[in-house]
Ligand binder design. Structure first.
Ligand code: NAD
Length: 470
């Protein structure tokens, strides 16, 4: 996970950002049309999406594939600019990791191949089951992954034959608009209809509400925290909810401890821990607890906080009311530690500390590169505790072990959508692991790692009696 020149070149980033912001503010003076995919109002975006979806359905599947290919290519061509802008606007994550996020979404989000029909052939004839589009989708996207979610959702939703209107997080509006412009242009360049993706130019909670309630929206796809998932589920519409997680990583005495240490560092520090799947607390059995900590420190990238330093950092990042201090979410470890009066070199990516079971960072989704490491007596206690801290999110869990029965039992008991064995968390979303990627992981509503098929409705055509070829 080496950093790139782009990641460290502040001047280049600043000049790119200023150019983009000027372009964007010029655009805001322009009237809405489906020309670039940015709209002043929710209803204009929805109307344009309706028209565009009708046109898409009149086009061939080959054309749809060309549209998807064009989106993938355009995202990759604009990747470094989008990654830099995402970090500079939201102050979350790391440019080099945003670049990896965008590559992952552009290349490993399934396209039209994901909606293959199935056929049943028997004594009563032939039945064909097809995955039909739902129509116009409303997608709410998080501040943590404004580019990845937009790219991933756009490809999946269009591949399934839908149009989509995005209401991004208000504090990621510039980067979301820039990403939408790139995707929209790619669609039109490939002969697709303008307005197939639309984005509300100035997104607010009011525009989100208006979009959720809009009568012409057929499906809500919400990627965010628990409260917004609840809003979508109470809407009375069909909703896919991709909510918060608090992924535990359990390490038992049979694990390859050196490898576990490296994997936990890689997973927990990616994008400064803002991915919902990132390891949020380590639970290690007593027998290997100190060895794991020692090996993590020996990577040269993990800073071990003393108990007194850990207390100072906790006071900084957890408010007196017990909430996570938003100003430190997604920030580099150097910034967090500096504000706690601890100065560490650029080589560090993660801080860890020996934590009691009731430490707030064990229970809260901290989304920053400060990781509590909890000691448990043995595997049984580890499983029981990990299940508790996951808190029924059914999101992600990680385990390092070579004991097959241990791994099976933990997977069965924790019931998460993603279960990763002996790898960093992100192997579970296809980065260094098999399978497609998704940035909308729907635990609460059960679709799992969403893809084109998740954004369809099933339709059946039955040809009774004689229509078989055998
Ligand atoms: P958030 O819930 O604050 O916002 C998500 C989106 O919902 C934003 O567009 C926001 O404007 C909108 N929103 C928030 N409250 C709303 C309300 N009451 N009514 C209407 N719209 C509302 O989340 P965030 O801080 O942007 O993102 C981080 C959270 O998202 C974390 O909890 C993380 O775990 C989760 N997340 C989950 C996944 C997943 O796939 N399961 C992926 C990324 C992030």
């Amino acid at each position: 996970m080496g950093s790139t020149v782009i990641g460290n070149n502040e001047e280049l980033v600043a000049s790119l950002v200023s150019k983009v912001l000027t372009e964007l503010s010029n655009r805001c003076d322009q009237p809405s049309d489906a020309g670039d995919g940015l709209f002043n109002t929710v209803s204009e975006a929805v109307e344009a999406a309706l028209e565009a979806q009708k046109k898409l359905l009149q086009m061939s599947l080959e054309r749809r594939k060309e549209i998807i290919a064009s989106i993938r290519k355009a995202v990759l061509a604009n990747n470094e600019r989008l990654a830099a802008l995402a970090v500079s606007e939201t102050k979350l994550g790391r440019v080099e990791d945003k670049i990896r996020e965008n590559i992952l979404c552009a290349t490993k989000t399934p396209g039209v191949e994901d909606i293959q029909p199935t056929a049943i052939s028997g004594d009563c004839g032939l039945t064909l089951i097809e995955h039909a589009p739902v129509g116009v989708i409303a997608a709410l996207t998080p501040i943590t992954n404004p580019t990845g979610t937009l790219i991933n959702n756009s490809i999946g939703m269009i591949a399934a034959g839908n149009a989509v209107v995005f209401n991004p997080h208000p504090n990621a509006k510039e980067i979301s608009a820039q990403t939408a412009l790139v995707i929209h242009k790619a669609i039109v360049d490939a002969g697709g209809p303008p307005g197939l993706i639309g984005l509300v130019r100035v997104p607010t909670l009011d525009t989100a509400k208006e979009l959720i309630e809009h009568p012409k929206i057929n499906l809500l796809v919400v990627t965010g925290g628990k409260p917004v998932v609840s809003v979508a589920l109470r809407s009375g519409k069909k909703a896919i909810g991709a909510g918060a997680g608090n992924p535990p990583v359990l390490v038992d005495e049979t694990a390859n401890i050196r490898r576990a240490a490296q994997c936990i560092l890689d997973g927990a520090s990616v994008n400064n821990n803002i991915f919902c799947i990132c390891e949020k607390e380590v639970i290690a059995v007593e027998e290997i607890y100190e060895t794991l900590i020692k090996f993590m420190v020996e990577t040269g990238k993990v800073y071990l906080l003393t108990p007194e330093e850990a207390e100072r950092v906790t006071k900084l990042v957890v408010t007196p009311e017990g909430k996570i201090n938003g100003s430190y979410i997604g920030r580099d470890v150097q910034i967090i530690l500096r504000d706690a009066g601890i100065h560490v070199g650029e080589e560090y990516r993660l801080a860890i500390f020996r934590a009691a079971k009731d430490h707030p960072l064990v229970w809260k989704e901290q989304m920053m590169p400060v990781l509590p490491v909890v000691c448990v007596k043995d595997f049984n206690e580890g499983v029981e505790f990990a299940v508790k801290v996951e808190q029924g999110n059914r999101h992600t869990a990680v385990m390092h072990s070579t004991h097959v029965e241990h791994m099976t039992r933990f997977a069965k008991e924790i019931q998460t959508t993603i279960f990763v064995k002996n790898a960093p968390c992100y192997a579970g979303i296809g980065l260094g692991g098999e399978g497609h990627t998704s940035f909308t992981i729907a635990g609460p509503t059960g679709e799992g790692l969403t893809s084109a098929r998740s954004f369809t409705r099933e339709r059946r055509c039955t040809l009774a009696e004689s229509f078989r070829i055998i």
